[in-house]
Design a protein around this ligand. Structure first.
Ligand code: HEM
Length: 410
């Protein structure tokens, strides 16, 4: 795989996602949600930003944004009325025909096939043999230093290392592989680079897939190569599409969600102390981090027939941006929703979506975050935000994360 070294796809992607420009979209989400469960228009308009080309095209130029918890959950539950096929015009151009853009019954069949790579047994093995060693190796590099920048040194690198390990890829290929994954989802800003990344990843995976078809190993590509349902197997193109999706789906989200949770805890030291002392709070802390600052605030669907959702008529052909960020802070569902509070009553949130396309990697993401946080709390006494750091904060409109988390310990 070749690339020019001048371009920084990570910075370009962050800029397109509003990282560094949109600091707090939640006040605007709240204002729009007070006016009704749907905003009629494109979300970017409400923020004074130019239209995002990666959004699907709507018949009659009709765009809605689902904002209330009720509207978001109803749209996501009803995959027949709210189709995912529109991703074929956007992400599908570079990913191939992936699970993301499939509707039923194709989606169900395909999901059953790829789920075979994500069993509980596989998860336990990955935790022991992959995630824990990666996290500890990264922490080893700074544990003796008394200070670290946790995004650059831990949360950014570890999820892609985990995915590369799950796929059985050689470690030396990792930087290139990560770069191509981000270029792939940057088609909105650089379509040519997105296409080049798509072809480069296909060529890269083709050799490995052929090897695994002939000689299976203990990795995800081998499971995908041999998974069977009613005598049918995945084609090579179906496997490539899944692998292309896995990179951004598994790495870009988990790095941001673990950064956001750390940000919540580091800026609420009493809650960090409570978690350090009582690890049974871990699950609740992770869910609250995901509710409070979901790493991905919105996804999209196309309405296939006139329908009424949360009292609003949504006409056929409307492209609906589904704003999980707004749903997760709906005051009808959570009291004082802007507050990060790990002791909240556990309730379903929308960070992993809902319904047929609910995130396939959610158990993996939770396990990775648990391992990383436990390791930090076990190994870095008195972990705290560096008081000298200026204005550490979360930003972004579509994807959200802090740019840095400078910490002191010991
Ligand atoms: C905190 C981390 C994560 C978040 C917040 C997240 C969020 C999401 C969301 C919102 C969707 C729905 C997309 C849509 O329907 O438009 C999704 C789907 C998906 N996610 Fe995740 N994800 C995370 C981690 C992961 C990981 C670690 C993996 C894999 C290793 C993964 C794999 C997938 C796949 C394959 C789908 C497609 C499922 C389908 O269409 O049926 N995700 N994720």
């Amino acid at each position: 795989m070749q690339h020019d070294d001048q371009h920084d796809p990570f910075a370009a992607f962050d800029a397109a996602a509003g990282i560094g420009t949109v600091r707090d979209p939640y006040a605007t989400f709240a204002k729009l949600r007070e006016q009704g469960p749907f905003y009629r228009g494109r979300l970017e308009e409400a923020f004074g930003l130019p239209p995002m080309p990666q959004i699907m095209t709507a018949k009659d130029d009709r765009y809605y944004v689902a904002l209330s918890y009720e509207a978001v959950s109803q749209v996501l539950l009803d995959g027949e009325t709210f189709s995912s096929a529109g991703y074929g015009e956007t992400m599908g151009l570079v990913m191939g025909h992936s699970i993301l853009e499939m509707d039923e019954p194709e989606h169900h069949r395909y999901r059953l096939l790829i789920q075979q790579a994500f069993t509980l047994k596989a998860m336990e093995k990955w935790e022991r043999e992959l995630v824990a060693p990666i996290v500890h190796r990264l922490i080893d590099a700074f544990a003796g230093r008394g200070r670290a920048e946790l995004v650059r040194e831990l949360t950014f690198p570890f999820p892609i290392m985990v995915i590369a390990g799950m796929l059985g890829l050689p470690e030396r290929d990792l930087p290139e592989f990560h770069r191509r994954a981000v270029e792939l989802i940057s088609i909105a800003t650089d379509i040519e680079r997105g296409f080049n990344a798509s072809v480069a990843l296909r060529d890269y995976f083709a050799g490995i897939l052929a090897e695994r078809r002939a000689d299976p190993k203990d990795d995800v590509i081998s499971v995908l190569a041999h998974a069977e349902l009613d005598g049918q197997r995945l084609t090579d193109e179906e496997v490539y599409a899944f692998l292309r999706l896995l990179l951004p789906a598994g790495a870009e989200t988990t790095y941001r969600s673990s950064s956001n949770l750390l940000f919540g805890l580091l800026t609420s030291p009493a809650q960090l102390d409570a978690l350090r002392a009582d690890r049974s709070l871990m699950r609740a802390a992770i869910e609250e981090g995901l509710r409070w600052e979901p790493p991905l605030t919105g996804i999209a669907r196309t309405c296939t027939r006139d329908t009424v959702i949360d009292g609003v008529t949504v006409p056929a052909g409307t492209v609906v941006s589904v704003c999980m960020g707004a749903a997760n802070r709906d005051p009808k569902r959570w009291s004082d929703p802007d507050r990060f509070d790990i002791r909240r009553e556990g309730k379903q949130h929308m960070a992993f979506a809902f319904g047929p396309h609910t995130c396939l990697g959610m158990h993996l993401a939770r396990m990775e975050t648990t391992v990383a946080l436990n390791a930090l709390l076990d190994r870095l006494p008195d972990l705290r935000l560096d008081p000298a750091a200026a204005d550490v904060h979360v930003s972004g409109l579509t994807f959200r994360a802090p740019r840095e988390l400078p910490v002191l310990f010991g």
